[in-house]
Write a new protein. Structure first.
Length: 482
């Protein structure tokens, strides 16, 4: 407090001063991470990230997250082709692409006895060259030039892949360092870190860093509630196995996946019913919950309908027990609403229960919902199924949408051929004082080509009523429709 008072007396903003110091520290840490590891600077830089987070988590964590998004960039990792992996795995001085093969294929006869002799001679020359320690000495100058050009081309690719690997290793080490400190502020970022790992690091990234990505994912379980006890590890294992991640060690794949998932879900449900988990714990479990909802059950065959239903029911229960906590933006709110909406659409036997959960989620998030979260429900009003639109309209009732001014989706919903849905939509429209703008046609025309028949029909009615508000647009509207 004394330091803050001194800063204020000197006319210096303490927050800006700390922010600059954190940026300087981050710059030094990043520089240290690129120095030859034999000096120990790399490991020290990883530990420094944890210390910096412990000292000043509010300012350090957002900056560290920016670095993690750059180091563990799923788009960069997933863009690597099989050829690039092959070049990177090839020892230096050897080419992945045999630039001489096309020339060899063109030389000599293609068919008959002479072709067999030519192939035998080529194999003999290759065998002799290998015994002598390489074929370079027997190549012509033109062939040597081709090989050298290819080596230089592949060296550039190898260096780029190596850089991606080093960045990924650094990012994963930073994650492990953050977990070892595990400050309370980290819970806000657990969901984002999990997404980075799942979308690239534990998939293709494992080809670059081996088991480190898998270990980093399991290390994140340390952010979970101690109530999970040994199940922390098995939540992570079940998640990665349900996603088909190949880097899961064989000894952790002995148990049948469906049995493991059920065991984990029952434990999560039992503990959730007693007391909801915090945001970090729920976020860590959510990728598994999402897979169950998305697939309608994990590792279940066509004849295992009851087991699939059991898994989905357990997940809906787990989410329902947490609905009251979803006012906390640290929970994966948008993704949860999307997955519950998926169940409403694709699981008729559980549609009523899922709709109830969706309404509870809407009630919980409405006070501080982001535009993306609101759009999940608004866009849901364009779906073909009447009961799905009804669930979305009921869930959106408590939201304050006055900032929207108008919404083409809700205006279309006001003309739903289902009376209850139209009544719910009109209630939202009037409560939030929404108006039809003068340029309504520009916004509504595209909906006439929508894939859902409901949208096309309701849009036609919506355009017709919009002209009542803007009669001078009638002629232009008719011309545009013609």
């Amino acid at each position: 407090m004394l330091w803050i008072e001194l800063c204020q007396k000197a006319g210096v903003d303490p927050h800006n001063l700390i922010s600059r110091r954190v940026e300087q520290a981050m710059s030094s840490i990043l520089t240290a991470s690129t120095i030859d590891s034999k000096f120990g600077f790399v490991d020290a830089s990883y530990q420094a990230i944890g210390t910096l987070t412990f000292v000043c988590p509010e300012i350090a964590l957002p900056k560290i997250m920016e670095q993690l998004r750059a180091d563990i960039d799923p788009s960069t990792i997933n863009a690597l082709s099989e050829a690039e992996f092959g070049i990177w795995e090839m020892p230096e001085g050897m080419t992945y692409v045999d630039v001489l093969s096309s020339q060899k294929a063109e030389e000599g006869p293609k068919k008959g006895k002479d072709a067999d002799i030519a192939r035998w001679e080529a194999e003999l020359r290759k065998s002799l060259a290998n015994k002598k320690g390489g074929a370079t000495a027997t190549l012509s100058k033109q062939a040597q030039a081709l090989v050298q050009a290819q080596l230089e081309k592949e060296a550039i690719v190898r260096q780029r892949v190596t850089t991606i690997k080093l960045n990924l290793q650094r990012g994963l080490s930073y994650v492990q360092s953050l977990v070892s400190i595990n400050v309370p502020e980290l819970r806000m970022y657990v969901s984002s870190i999990l997404s980075l790992l799942l979308e690239g690091a534990v998939g293709q990234g494992s080809r670059l860093v081996g088991s480190q990505a898998f270990e980093a994912y399991l290390d994140l379980a340390k952010c979970c509630s101690a109530r999970l006890d040994t199940f922390q590890k098995w939540v992570g294992v079940a998640t990665l196995r349900s996603l088909g991640i190949s880097s899961v060690p064989e000894e952790l794949q002995a148990e049948q996946l469906s049995s493991l998932v059920l065991r984990v879900l029952y434990r999560l449900r039992s503990l959730s019913e007693q007391t909801p988990f915090d945001a970090a714990t729920f976020s860590y479990a959510f990728p598994l919950l999402a897979q169950v909802l998305l697939k309608g059950g994990v590792d279940v065959g066509q004849d295992d309908g009851d087991e699939a239903l059991e898994q989905v029911t357990l997940v809906l229960d787990i989410i329902r027990f947490h609905c009251s906590e979803f006012s906390d933006a640290a929970f994966p709110r948008k993704a949860t609403m999307e997955q519950v909406l998926h169940v409403v659409r694709h699981q008729p036997r559980l549609s009523k229960e899922a709709s109830s959960v969706l309404m509870d989620l809407g009630e919980a998030v409405q006070s501080n919902a982001t535009r993306d979260e609101v759009d999940v429900l608004i866009d849901g009003t364009l779906l073909q199924e009447v009961y799905v639109r009804n669930a979305c309209l009921q869930a959106i009732q408590p939201f304050d949408l006055t900032d929207l001014d108008w919404s083409p989706q809700l205006w279309i919903a006001c003309h739903d051929d289902d009376e209850q849905n139209a009544r719910l939509a009109n209630h939202v429209w009037e409560d939030n004082g929404l108006d039809v703008p003068e340029d309504f046609l520009d916004k509504l025309m595209n909906y006439l080509e929508h894939t859902n028949a409901y949208v096309r029909t309701s849009t036609a009615l919506a355009i017709a009523e919009a002209m009542v508000y803007w009669p001078r647009k009638s002629v232009l509207t008719i011309v545009a429709l013609q």
